[in-house]
Design a binder for this molecule. Structure first.
Ligand SMILES: Nc1ncnc2c1ncn2[C@@H]1O[C@H](COP(=O)(O)OP(=O)(O)OP(=O)(O)O)[C@@H](O)[C@H]1O
Length: 718
């Protein structure tokens, strides 16, 4: 794994201004957030010059603008989900009606006001009209309630369908990335931001709802204003009091907290206590360390260190966003939020003054005031909602943009144009492999893993690459399979530059066992079958591969055989009552019975020995390694016997010799023995270069390092 190497300076190009260089002090603002966190933000000079730009959250709106193409693409994608059409149109219609209801209610309130006006003037009430208006007003409220419920009902299937579509889409985005792209820490961060795993609702759905809500909120505001002003047009002081009430609403909507979302920033910590604290927390939570913690009596030390760090850091012992939020809360309220308080009282004062001047108009003004202040409150809530929505929608838009950027992430290893091989039968005779002056460095590394390496392996040969740890053996195998491309030089298979071959074709022609093989959190059957996904339901082939890999015996002894999960990816849930205590009825709490009936295991992972794990990985490779497999011409094995006992190793090499037929085979190993004696060609590596090459006898005759180590080993057995 390349992790932990020096991180590349500069950020993901998330901002219109380009790259973020934390070393450029003029461009970067540094703020210490509490004791632990250091925040570095890119300055945005052109925005700073615009007055009130931070208050108006200009960055957010610019961010909105930047994200529009991605949002448009999202809408088109959603439009392409046929199963959503009916629900979406229903949702839109209901939302439209809902946004007009407050204006209609307001209009009826205006009508009621008029009835009061006539009643005051003429001392008569049109009862029929009063009943009609009042009942329509009530009907509006009921319709609102029912429509909201319908909306909730529609949104669930709509959300599910959209979520399903995107979940599958995202899975393919993650699954298709190649090694250099996926391993890049910046890409990792980009993926984390694009596909946040902690939100229950999909960001897509939140954005769709947000966009629709914004539209309907805007419509609600306009329609309310329209009705209010047409009702109050002829009322004395009505427009003035309305204006005062609304100016308060306008001022109260705006947020004091600053958004980090649309800016280029990074936060880090160099606080030794916080880093240690996080490490201790991880170590205790990860089952992988449990054996050593227990056997090494480490817990007391860990506990006292953890307590010390927590005490030293106090409230700052938290993740960045939590501390940042606290930091923001400590800021003094803004000027606008201070002056809005007296403004709130102004309509009442104006009303009182007018009432004193014209006592006769009091009943009418009271009714108007009531209408205005109710509407103004409603208006202010709606407006606030609109502002909040713009804030959250710009965050959502930014996530959508990141998501589509991640969808478009290009793999670093470019595909080649030509199909391989021209004649499928030719693979039976093996593939030739040639390195010409190949040099290579891993992406995050400064030193060469291979330097000017040249060799040729003819079709059907058995090659063993020998060398000490870190000399570059595995790297050769990784370059042949184009996990990485060389920095300099060329690699040929069957005399064709591998960069010109279609990647999928090339990889189909290889069967590889990596040294750092992993086990997928899937059943043993799947773990083996993945060696040849095209035959994943061919159980005979899977058991045959397991036999060849020397794994079938112990697999069959497992309780669940081939269906065993080495590490079950889904955890069971248990109620919070601790085992051994008493429940409310005085019975001892025990989960044994439930577990027995539910077929739950007390241990969610099956422990196998290192050798058994290696046999499963070998079996995976054997899914495509047999002599009869027509699509494979080159077998690559990186230390296939590292964890095997001597008998198992001997048996394995015998099987491999029989199985390969005439196919080319390359081994990487640091062991000298039977394998090297039978090799057609041995490449002896030291410090990223090939220092010796030839057959066993040739190298012995040459009397170099190979001969020296061979003789050393031979002496040990004398
Ligand atoms: N993913 C990686 N990122 C950065 N450096 C790497 C990476 N993998 C290997 N290296 C470095 O490249 C060099 C060659 O590594 P390689 O794995 O090819 O050696 P090897 O001969 O196969 O060693 P071993 O016998 O231990 O398997 C080493 O210095 C190693 O530290």
């Amino acid at each position: 794994m390349p992790r932990g190497g020096p991180r590349r300076r500069g950020g993901i190009n998330t901002n219109r201004k380009g790259k973020f260089d934390p070393n450029d002090e003029k461009q970067v603002k540094h703020t210490k957030i509490g004791k632990v966190w250091e925040l570095y933000e890119e300055r945005q000079p052109e925005l700073a010059k615009i007055p009130f730009s931070s208050k108006l959250n200009l960055e957010r709106y610019l961010g909105l603008y930047d994200s529009l193409p991605s949002v448009w693409r999202m809408l088109k994608d959603i439009g392409s989900i046929r199963a959503c059409w009916l629900y979406l149109s229903l949702y839109l219609v209901v939302q439209l009606v809902l946004s007009l209801i407050p204006a209609v209610q307001l209009w009826y309130s205006g009508q009621l006001l008029k009835i009061v006006e006539i009643a005051v003037e003429q001392r008569t009430v049109n009862k029929r009209l009063l009943f009609l208006v009042a009942s329509s007003r009530v009907a509006c409220s009921i319709a609102d309630l029912i429509l909201r419920h319908i909306n909730t009902l529609i949104s669930r299937p709509l959300n599910t369908r959209i979520k399903q579509y995107y979940t599958v889409h995202m899975f393919s985005v993650l699954a298709r990335l190649d090694v250099p792209t996926y391993d890049d820490p910046l890409v990792q961060r980009q993926l984390e931001q694009a596909f946040p795993t902690n939100s229950r609702q999909s960001v897509i759905w939140r954005t769709v709802v947000g966009v629709i809500n914004m539209g309907s909120t805007a419509l609600m505001l306009v329609s309310q204003l329209f009705v209010l002003f047409s009702v109050l047009r002829n009322q004395q002081d009505g427009p003035l009091i309305a204006l005062l009430s609304f100016s308060h609403s306008l001022l109260s909507s705006g947020s004091d907290t600053q958004s980090l979302f649309t800016r280029v920033w990074a936060a880090t910590t160099h606080n030794a206590d916080f880093i240690k604290l996080s490490g201790l927390r991880k170590a205790v939570a990860d089952p992988a360390h449990r054996k050593e913690i227990v056997a090494g009596n480490m817990w007391e030390y860990m506990h006292s260190e953890y307590r010390r760090c927590i005490t030293t850091l106090g409230e700052d012992a938290a993740e960045f966003f939590d501390v940042y939020e606290m930091f923001n809360q400590k800021r003094f309220p803004s000027f606008a939020s201070i002056i809005q308080r007296p403004l709130q009282e102004l309509p009442q004062i104006v009303f009182t003054l007018r009432a004193v001047q014209h006592p006769a108009s009091i009943p009418l003004s009271l009714a108007s005031l009531n209408l205005i202040t109710t509407t103004a409150t409603l208006f202010s809530h709606t407006l606030l909602k609109l502002f909040e929505q713009t804030g959250s929608i710009s965050d959502n838009f930014a996530t959508i943009r990141k998501m589509y950027e991640a969808i478009n992430l290009a793999n670093r290893i470019p595909d080649g144009p030509f199909p391989y091989p021209e004649d499928q039968q030719s693979l039976q005779m093996g593939m030739s492999v040639e390195f010409r002056n190949v040099s290579f460095k891993y992406p995050e590394s400064k030193s060469y893993a291979l330097r000017n390496v040249s060799f040729k392996i003819a079709k059907g040969q058995l090659c063993v690459i020998l060398g000490q740890n870190g000399s570059g053996k595995s790297t050769i195998l990784k370059l042949i399979s184009r996990l990485y491309d060389p920095l300099e030089g060329q690699i040929f298979v069957d005399d064709q530059d591998i960069k010109t071959l279609k990647l999928a074709d090339l990889r189909r022609a290889l069967a590889i066992l990596f040294q750092d093989y992993t086990h997928f959190p899937l059943s043993i059957k799947e773990n083996i079958a993945l060696g040849d996904p095209g035959h994943s339901d061919d159980i005979d082939r899977i058991t045959q591969a397991a036999t060849l890999g020397g794994a079938s015996e112990f697999i069959e002894r497992l309780e669940e055989g081939y269906d065993t999960y080495l590490d079950r990816p889904v955890r069971d849930y248990y109620s919070g009552l601790p085992e051994g205590t008493m429940d409310l009825f005085g019975r001892a709490v025990s989960f044994g019975r439930i577990r027995g009936i539910g077929g739950m295991k007390s241990n969610e992972s099956t422990t196998l020995s290192g050798g058994q794990m290696q046999r499963i990985a070998l079996s995976r490779t054997f899914m495509r390694s047999s002599v009869s497999e027509p699509s494979v011409g080159l077998l690559l094995f990186d230390e296939p016997s590292a964890s095997l006992d001597p008998t198992a190793e001997h048996d394995l090499f015998e099987r491999l010799r029989l199985l390969r037929g005439q196919k080319t085979m390359i081994f990487s190993s640091h062991r000298f023995g039977n394998l090297t004696r039978n090799a057609d060609i041995i490449l002896y590596m030291h410090d990223s270069v090939i220092v010796e090459g030839g057959s066993h006898n040739e190298l012995l005759k040459a009397g170099g390092d190979y001969a020296r180590i061979w003789n050393l080993q031979a002496q040990a057995f004398l």
